[in-house]
Structure formats: structure tokens, C-alpha cells
Design a protein around this ligand. Structure first.
Ligand code: NAD
Length: 353
């Protein structure tokens, strides 16, 4: 099978590409615009593989998408390309509307045209898998409530509203045109190659540098943490074994308050890097509470029983094992993150070289 992965230079997309090349016989075409979040240095381990190809393309560019479909003739699309950072969506929503909504629409139309011309066998086997977020469901009120595949949508931020919109488009293309689509909604991912603007890598790298560890509000926002490699395995299962038209929620069964996450990172660093930056007695002392994000959802938690029952997937990592692996990865991969921090990683320049 040849899989067109959009956003394959991003955090989750690169884990998906590494999973497919490393653990299956399938081929990948990585289609990515290489925004600030795209980093080809996350793909060095697969870049020379004969089953891997890269196309620097914007999903809003219909002509370029048509060329890629015609040239590569994929059997499936895994759509991960998106603007993904909530804070950025509050500061500047336009790019989120453009990429997440207009881009998904453009990709759906390019896919539909390509798919409609396939022979009957390839047409029936074709899949369009849209990767979305649990943030489309909004806030969970009760402490025992969980998001299921039928929870109604109630997005709170420009980011989650744009993702909700794209989910609706994908389902409409299935109902209206018969495009064989699947949708997955997952909880917060963490793990290697995570861009340092997100909570976990930001805290690790700030702590190592003796900088403040900024925690929003009271730090009691609860997220269900999913190790990115567990997620990549789940996504591959869905695209290869999932039922057309279905939605699968993917979660890690790891509900943690943000402050607990930060405290766990501090405790791991105390153990792994006991020699601290000058003036820092304990990493925990660096924690500072900052003004909460507007519209900040308090709790997300996923009921992942459907994907477990129907596709036999469950996460391999607990939060304790995954966060330890993650901290160790950052300690061992300064070459990757130092080039992100100083801006020299520029995926764009690498892509054009
Ligand atoms: P990311 O920001 O790390 O990566 C996004 C990738 O998309 C980048 O490589 C970027 O260059 C590319 N991209 C952006 N705009 C593009 C465009 N117009 N055309 C082509 N490529 C473009 O994001 P991520 O964390 O890897 O998330 C991947 C997907 O998973 C997103 O759709 C996101 O909404 C969803 N998701 C993420 C999380 C999470 O915790 N990270 C949780 C739930 C869902």
C-alpha cells in the first residue's frame, strides 16, 4: 500500500511516517508545506528509504495536490496537516481557518477527483483518514464523564472550532459523495520530536536552562496524555482495519492535571540531571503560575473502548513509562531541539535544498 501522509514533518505525522517505514512494508509520500512546525530533521532515520518520498506542498494548493495524486497514485490518505497550537489560534486565527478548514476542503476535493477515476477494486479499497482532536468536544463537566464517539461537538477555541469544522466536512464528503472516510479524535499527545512550544517539551527545556516553568491559571486543567508512538500504531490500525464512515476515539487512559505533569518532569530531572543550572536549588522552584488562557477547557478525557473492542488497540505506555522515555529522549537529543530553539532547523530550507 502507498499512503499519502499530510503533515508528515510535524510531531504526530513524523511518528506515523517512522512507524510505517519502520514497522510495515508500505510506502509513504509525505506531503507537507513545512510551516514553522514542520521539521525534516525528525525524519532523518527514514529519509533515505526507497519507500519514502517527500513533497513540499500546501494542502490549499489544488493544482499541486492534483499533481501529487497523479504522480504517486496513493491507496490511502492520512490527513494530519494542520495548524495545531491553541495559543497561536487565539493570537491569529486566520491561518487556522485557511489550513484546517479550506485546506481540508481542498484536499477532500482533490482526493474525490482522484478516487472517482480509480478502477472499482482500488476505489473500494481506498481510504481517507482524517486525524482530529478531542478538543472538538469542548469541556467535560463531571469528573467521571468521558468523551465517546457520539459526544456532541462544542469547541471552545479557534483551533478546536476549525478542527470541528474539518471533521464535519469529512463526514459530509462520505455521506454525500461516498468517499471512504474514517475520522479519529485523540487526546493530547506527547513524546519524542515534540515542538518546544507545547507544554511537556517546553517544561523540560526551560527547566534544563534554569528558566521559569509557566503554568496557566491554577494548573488544574486535566488532559488525557497519549504517547505519540502508541497513537501512530492506532492510526495505522484504523486506516488499514477501520470501518468506513466510522469514528474512533483514541486516548491514553492517563488523566493528569497540568501541574502534576510539570511536577513529574521536575522529579525526573532531579533524578536524571541532579546538577542544576546556577541558582536553582530544586527544579520545582521554577514553577510560576501565569494568567490563564482565555476559553481554557478544564478537563478532557477519552473513552477509547470502541477502538479497543473493534480493532484490538490499546496503549502500551503508561504515563509514568512514557514521560520517563520522553524526558530521556530530550536529554539524549540536544542536537534536534537546539536547532529548533535557535531556528537553524528551518525545515523549509532543508526541503528546498
Ligand atoms: P504539528 O503542528 O506538529 O504538525 C503539523 C504539520 O502540518 C507540520 O509539519 C506543518 O508543516 C504541516 N502543515 C501545516 N499547514 C500545512 C498546509 N497548509 N499544508 C501542508 N502542510 C501543512 O501538529 P501535530 O501535533 O503533529 O498534529 C497533527 C494532527 O493531529 C493535527 O491535525 C492536529 O489537529 C491533530 N491532533 C494533535 C494533537 C496533539 O496533541 N499534538 C492532539 C489531537 C489531535
Amino acid at each position: 500500500m502507498k499512503i499519502l501522509v499530510t503533515g508528515g514533518a510535524g510531531f504526530i505525522g513524523s511518528a506515523v511516517v517512522r512507524h510505517i517505514i519502520g514497522h510495515t512494508q508500505d510506502s509513504v509520500v509525505n506531503l507537507d508545506k513545512l510551516t514553522y512546525a514542520g521539521n525534516l530533521e525528525s525524519l532523518l532515520s527514514v529519509a533515505d528509504d526507497a519507500r519514502y518520498a517527500f513533497e513540499q506542498v500546501d494542502i490549499c494548493d489544488r493544482a499541486a495536490l492534483d499533481r501529487v495524486f497523479a504522480e504517486h497514485q496513493p491507496d490511502a490518505v492520512m490527513h494530519l496537516a494542520a495548524e495545531s497550537h491553541v495559543d497561536r489560534s487565539i493570537d491569529g486565527p486566520a491561518a487556522f481557518i485557511e489550513t484546517n478548514i479550506v485546506g481540508t476542503y481542498t484536499l477532500l476535493e482533490a482526493t474525490r477527483q482522484y478516487w472517482s477515476q480509480l478502477d472499482d477494486v482500488r476505489k473500494a479499497a481506498f481510504r481517507f483518514h482524517h486525524i482530529s482532536t478531542d478538543e472538538v468536544y469542548g469541556d467535560l463537566e463531571g469528573t467521571d464523564d468521558l468523551f465517546t464517539e457520539t459526544t456532541s461537538y462544542s469547541p471552545s477555541s479557534p483551533y478546536s472550532a476549525s478542527k470541528a469544522s474539518s471533521d464535519h466536512l469529512v463526514r459530509a464528503w462520505q455521506r454525500t459523495y461516498g468517499l471512504p472516510t474514517l475520522v479519529t479524535n485523540c487526546s493530547n499527545n506527547y513524546g519524542p520530536y515534540h515542538f518546544p512550544e507545547k507544554l511537556i517539551p517546553l517544561m523540560i527545556l526551560n527547566a534544563l536552562d534554569g528558566k521559569a516553568l509557566p503554568v496557566y491559571g491554577n494548573g488544574m486543567q486535566i488532559r488525557d496524555w497519549l504517547y505519540v508512538e502508541d497513537h501512530a500504531r492506532a492510526l495505522y490500525k484504523v486506516v488499514t482495519e477501520g470501518e468506513v464512515g466510522e469514528t474512533y476515539n483514541i486516548g491514553g487512559h492517563n488523566e493528569k492535571a497540568n501541574i502534576e505533569v510539570v511536577q513529574t518532569i521536575c522529579a525526573l530531572l532531579e533524578e536524571l540531571v541532579p546538577t542544576k543550572p546556577e541558582g536553582v536549588a530544586h527544579y520545582q522552584d521554577l514553577i510560576t503560575y501565569v494568567t490563564d488562557r482565555p476559553g481554557h477547557d478544564v478537563r478532557y478525557a477519552i473513552d477509547a473502548s470502541k477502538i479497543a473492542a473493534e480493532l484490538g488497540w490499546k496503549p502500551e505506555e503508561t504515563f509514568e513509562s512514557g514521560i520517563r522515555k520522553t524526558v530521556e529522549w530530550y536529554l539524549n537529543n540536544e542536537a534536534w531541539w537546539s536547532r529548533v530553539l535557535d531556528g537553524s532547523y528551518s525545515g523549509e530550507r532543508l526541503g528546498q535544498a
